[in-house]
Design a protein around this ligand. Structure first.
Ligand code: PLP
Length: 460
C-alpha cells in the first residue's frame, strides 16, 4: 500500500485529482497534470524520476541562496525544537522576529525602520494597503482613498493585491475587484512606443500621462502609488530611469505615498538588498517584500514602512486597534530561516556578486540569443530576464496565441534539463543568485537548442 502510494504515478494522480494549483488552466491540467518535483540541491531540481534540471527560475523568483543550504535547515530545526510557534499578537513577541525586524530596518533604505510580517507577498501588500488607510485616517485625512497602480503590474492574488494588479490575470469576470478605489497609469514599457516617437519622447509622454492621470483623479484623492522597480510577472519590464525618478517626484509633490513592491527585486536579485534606492536612486515611503527574504525556505512577507508613518500612527492612533495581522505574523521558525538566509547573503556577498559579476554576465550571455529570428527582444536587469518570442523579429509579428510559443519552448528546454517559465509569448528567467558562469552558458545553449527544435516543428 505504502509503495503504491509513493509511486511516481500515484503521486502524479493524487496531485491531479486533489491539488488545485495556483493559476490553473483546468482543461490542460486535467490532461497533463504537473511535473512532480522530488528534491533539489544548489541550482538544480530533480523530478520524481530522478531527472535533473537546472532551475532557471529559482523556484518562483525566490530561492535566492539556492537549494539545500544546511545552515538554513539547521536554523529552522533548532528554532522549531526550541519554540515552533509564538503568538505575535500585541503584547507577545519572539527573538527571531525581533532580530529580523531590526535587521530589515538596518538594510532598508532611509527611514524605513518598521516592519509588519506576513506569510507572503500578497499579504504583505494587503498590510501595506491597511497601513496606508490607517495612516491617512490618523492624519485626519479622509479624502485620500484611491490607489494608483500601473497597467501590466502584478501585486498578488488576494482581493486588494489582485485589484491593484494591472495585467490580464485580474480580468476574471466571475471575480470582483476593488474597482471603486484603484486607478491605473500606462505601463512604462518602451516596447509599446509608437514608431513615430523616439525613446526620449515616449518617456516624456509616459511622465506626462502619469501627471495627467494624477490631475484627472485629483491629487488630494490619492492615498498611494504601488510600483514594482522592475515589473516581474507583467513580463520583466524595466521602467526607464527618468520615468522612475519623475513619478517618484510627482508623488512626493502631491503627498501621495510611494510603495515599492520589491517582492521580487529585493534581497539581491538586482544586485542590491533593495533595488529602489541602490539601483534606481529613489526613496520610497514603504517597501513590500517576500520571496528572497527567506529564499523560499519558509513562507514570509514583510511590509516595511517609515518612521514618519509610524510616528503619525503612534501619536494620533491612541485607544484604537490597528486591526490587521495574522496568526503567523513574525513566525519564529520563518524568521529564523530568513535571518540565516540574510547572514549567508552577507557572508557570500551575493548582492555584490550579482551586481558586479554574474548579473552583467547573465544579461550579456542571454543577448547571444538575440540573433535568432524569433527573438524579438531580450529584456531585464541582472538576474531578472525575459525573452520575447515573436514570429518574425524583423516585423515584430507575434505568434498566433494558439501556438502557445512560450510553453512550447519551456517544454523543449525541460526535455533538455532546464526549467524556464512560460508566460504567453514570453520565457522568463530568474535563477538563484549563486548561479555560475558555466551554468549560465549551459542555460543559453539549452535555450538555443530548444528554440531550434520548436522552430523546426513550426517550420519557421
Ligand atoms: N508582488 C510581486 C511583484 C510579485 O511578483 C508577487 C508574486 O510573484 C507578489 C507580489 C505576490 O507574492 P505571493 O505570491 O508571495 O503572495
Amino acid at each position: 500500500m505504502d509503495t503504491c502510494h509513493n509511486s511516481r504515478n500515484a503521486i502524479w494522480e493524487m496531485d491531479r485529482a486533489h491539488f488545485l494549483h495556483p493559476f490553473t488552466l483546468f482543461d490542460s491540467f486535467a490532461e497533463e497534470g504537473s511535473l512532480i518535483m522530488d528534491k533539489a540541491d544548489g541550482r538544480h531540481v530533480y523530478d520524481a524520476d530522478g531527472k535533473c534540471y537546472l532551475d532557471g527560475i529559482g523556484g518562483l523568483w525566490c530561492v535566492n541562496v539556492g537549494y539545500g543550504r544546511d545552515e538554513i535547515v539547521d536554523a529552522m530545526a533548532e528554532q522549531a525544537r526550541k519554540m515552533a510557534y509564538a503568538n505575535p499578537f500585541t503584547d507577545m513577541g519572539n527573538a527571531p522576529a525581533a532580530r529580523l525586524a531590526a535587521k530589515i530596518a538596518e538594510l532598508a533604505p532611509g527611514n524605513l525602520n518598521h516592519v509588519m510580517f506576513s506569510s507572503g507577498g500578497s499579504t504583505a501588500g494587503d498590510s501595506a494597503f491597511r497601513l496606508i488607510g490607517y495612516y491617512w485616517g490618523c492624519k485626519g485625512n479622509t479624502q485620500r482613498r484611491l490607489f494608483l497602480s500601473r497597467r501590466g503590474a502584478y501585486h498578488g492574488s488576494t482581493y486588494i493585491t489582485q485589484s491593484l494588479t494591472g495585467n490580464a490575470g485580474r480580468e476574471v469576470k466571475e471575480f470582483t475587484y476593488a474597482d471603486d478605489i484603484v486607478r491605473y497609469v500606462a505601463e512604462p514599457n518602451l516596447s509599446n512606443r509608437p514608431e513615430s516617437m523616439s525613446e526620449e519622447e515616449y518617456i516624456d509622454w509616459l511622465i506626462q500621462e502619469f501627471e495627467e492621470r494624477v490631475q484627472e483623479i485629483g491629487p488630494d484623492n490619492i492615498a498611494a502609488h504601488f510600483a514594482e522597480p522592475v515589473m516581474g510577472a507583467g513580463g520583466v519590464i524595466v521602467p526607464p530611469q527618468r520615468y522612475i525618478t519623475a513619478t517618484r517626484e510627482i508623488c512626493a509633490k502631491h503627498g501621495i505615498l510611494y510603495v515599492a513592491d520589491e517582492v521580487v527585486t529585493a534581497f539581491g536579485r538586482l544586485g542590491a538588498w533593495f533595488a529602489s534606492k541602490d539601483v534606481f536612486g529613489i526613496q520610497p515611503d514603504m517597501i513590500v517584500s517576500a520571496k528572497g527574504l527567506s529564499s523560499g525556505y519558509l513562507p514570509l512577507g514583510a511590509t516595511i514602512f517609515s518612521d514618519e508613518m509610524h510616528g503619525v500612527i503612534a501619536e494620533t492612533g491612541h485607544g484604537r486597534l490597528f486591526s490587521n495581522g495574522f496568526t503567523y505574523s513574525g513566525h519564529p521558525v520563518c524568521c529564523a530561516a530568513a535571518l540565516k538566509n540574510i547572514e549567508i547573503m552577507e557572508r557570500e556577498n551575493l548582492p555584490g556578486y550579482v551586481k558586479n559579476d554574474i548579473g552583467p554576465y547573465f544579461m550579456e550571455k542571454l543577448g547571444e540569443l538575440s540573433g535568432i529570428n524569433t527573438v524579438g527582444e531580450i529584456r531585464g536587469s541582472h538576474l531578472m530576464a525575459c525573452i520575447v518570442n515573436v514570429a518574425d523579429s524583423e516585423t515584430g509579428k507575434l505568434f498566433d496565441p494558439a501556438i502557445n510559443i512560450g510553453k512550447r519552448i519551456a517544454k523543449a528546454a525541460q526535455k533538455r534539463g532546464l526549467i524556464v517559465r512560460p508566460l504567453g509569448n514570453l520565457n522568463i528567467l530568474s535563477p538563484s543568485l549563486t548561479i555560475t558562469r558555466e551554468e549560465t552558458d549551459q542555460m543559453v545553449s539549452i535555450l538555443s537548442d530548444a528554440m531550434a527544435e520548436v522552430h523546426a516543428d513550426l517550420n519557421c
